[in-house]
Design a protein. Sequence first.
Length: 166
Amino acid sequence: MERPGHRYISRDTLDWFGVSRDFDELQVVAAARILSRDELTLLAQKIRAKVEKSGRTVYYTYIPPPGKHPAGETVEPILMVLGILGILALVLSGFLVVNTMQALLTQQVRQMGIMKAIGARNDQIIGIYMGMVLAFGLLSLAVAVPLGALGARASRSTWATCSTSM
């Protein structure tokens, strides 16, 4: 996400382009036991001294923050926005369920009155309508989980394609 794409060519092609055949970048991965910034800086200084001792010039040394993902500063705000949107969707779906049940109960006041007249208790009537809410929830879950998985797969494929084509 953060770097241009890399292509590989032969050294003869470099000559044809008029570019030096020498390597111009050295990337080093430190051992997993080195975790502090100071240890990484010391290691980078040793490597720099060794490279300069071999007659080459070091123009720049970059040490990424240890323990942080290189794209963390880009991805964290996106994840925060997605989290906020998820919470907002949850709250709004709660309002949708409440309004749907309120409309259903408003339509069925007569039916509830008839059930009460023939001896139904409040907990029985509440159980019927809570069962209906549970059924609606399970039906919506049966629709949402596969659609969410398809959306996640499509999103993952899109991001993977974008990151490899850079």
